[in-house]
Design a protein around this ligand. Structure first.
Ligand code: S3P
Length: 423
């Protein structure tokens, strides 16, 4: 589906953001491990989370949709050998976390994915899993892979990467391994796995960046999922860069391991206010109010990167509207996402008229630039590139066309409906 985006005068109003994708993956997978029934309220309907749901169904879970917002996972008969190979679609989180679960089962399984996922690196999880005794067949550490289920041993692993997918994979393997598993990482990545494990009664201890987990059974407790800050990010930036805009985004997860975007946009002089702070299923939540602001440039590097890794494409759009030079460093893992997000963002924003250069681990962006548009944008099978380009299109002088905009459905099928509500 190709779409045309026209300049808009302002975005105004209140929206409810759909459920967090990372937390939904975990809610589905961890429910599958409870041997009980779990009611999940407000789950992501994006294709990535549906890949996870389909996989746990192939492993013996039943799912029952109560209504638009609620679903029950019945895992009383899970987990059992899948009859067919498991399709991870476009989802790195599904693949890497499921590998942690499947490696320690008493059955074999096969995982595969789409073209983009089949190019993404899996060594980061295969190597530590092998240290735990996992038996994984692969070609150059890429999908498709075959897992021969076996008994795993706990390890003490210092990850070279700050990656929540690696951490969650190893913690999931540790949950079912003999002895204890200790995991540490250079900077703290998103901690939804740790918070949900605590919430579901796992034997887990957290000491700053070091986590210790012992074999334990998760309890079937009901889970409510907050709105996704990574989806809210598009509306936060839109509200800040489109003149006269004023947007309230309700029910957004503001977990400190995810809220780097708020810190950065505030440091860029963004008018952002958090109200109604509360806790839902062990996760911090708030309503976020944003108003059009005169942005200024910033530098983003080091420990904040894992706290905003998925938001960098839309932060780059904000930087084109900020006075001065914005520098983004230490984000080389962006090249391993659904697309090479460094080259993709640079190439597409340049087409719009931005002054942006890529470095090996980030960007140098000079602002403020008047974006012209009048071009065709590619989204590289990448939902976040598609939505970032759309928001940029709303301030371009001339219309832009975005090719294959349907990739938005990977994480945020409701995106256009919410934009139209605010126009
Ligand atoms: C995710 C972790 C991040 C993020 C991805 C979702 C997760 O990846 O980019 O979209 O749910 O654990 P890394 O942890 O590999 O950086």
């Amino acid at each position: 589906m190709d779409i045309t985006v026209n300049k808009t005068k302002s975005l105004k109003g209140t929206i409810q953001i759909p459920a967090d994708k990372s937390i939904t993956h975990r809610a589905f997978m961890f429910s599958a491990l409870t041997k009980g029934k779990v009611r999940i309220t407000n789950f992501s309907k994006g294709a990535d989370c549906m890949s996870t749901l389909n996989i746990i169904k192939q492993l013996g879970c039943k799912s029952e949709f109560i209504n638009e917002k609620q679903l029950i996972i019945d895992a009383r008969e899970a987990l059992k050998a899948p009859i067919e190979a498991l399709d991870c679609g476009n989802s790195g989180t599904t693949t890497r976390l499921m590998m942690g679960i499947l490696s320690g089962q008493n059955f074999n399984s096969k995982l595969y994915g789409d073209i983009s996922l089949s190019k993404r690196p899996m060594k980061r999880v295969i190597s530590p899993l092998e240290l735990m005794g996992a038996k994984i067949k692969h070609n150059d550490y890429k999908l498709p892979i075959e897992i021969e289920g076996t008994t795993l041993q706990g390890i003490n692993y210092s990850s070279p990467l700050a990656s929540a997918q690696v951490k969650s994979c190893i913690l999931l393997a540790g949950l079912n391994a003999q002895g204890k598993t200790i995991f540490s990482e250079p900077y703290k990545s998103r901690n939804h796995t740790e918070l949900m494990f605590e919430y579901m009664g796992a034997n887990i201890k957290i000491n700053r960046n070091e986590i210790c987990i012992k074999k334990s059974q998760l309890n079937p407790v009901d889970i409510e999922i907050c709105g996704d800050i990574s989806s809210a990010a598009f509306f936060m930036v839109a509200g800040l860069i489109i003149p006269n805009s004023e947007i309230t985004i309700k029910n957004v997860g503001i977990n400190e391991t995810r809220s780097g975007i708020i810190d950065v946009l505030k440091s860029m002089n963004g008018n952002i206010e958090l109200v109604n702070e509360r806790i839902i299923s062990n996760e911090k939540v708030a309503d976020i109010k944003v108003k059009y602001s005169q942005l200024k440039a910033t530098t983003i590097e080091g420990g904040i990167i894992p706290r905003l890794i998925d938001e960098i494409p839309i932060i780059a759009v904000a930087a084109t509207q900020a006075e001065g030079t914005t520098i983004i460093k230490d984000a080389q893992d962006l090249r391993n996402k659904e697309a090479d997000r460094i080259t993709a963002v640079k190439t597409e924003l340049k087409k719009l008229g931005a002054n942006i250069e890529e470095t090996n681990d980030g960007f140098i962006i000079n602002g403020k630039t008047n974006l012209i548009g009048d071009c065709e944008i590619k989204c590289y099978h990448d939902h976040r590139i598609a939505m970032s380009a759309y928001i940029a299109g709303l301030i371009c002088e001339k219309p832009i066309k975005i090719n294959e905009f349907q990739w938005v459905n990977i994480s945020f099928p409701e995106f256009l409906e919410l934009i139209n509500h605010l126009k």
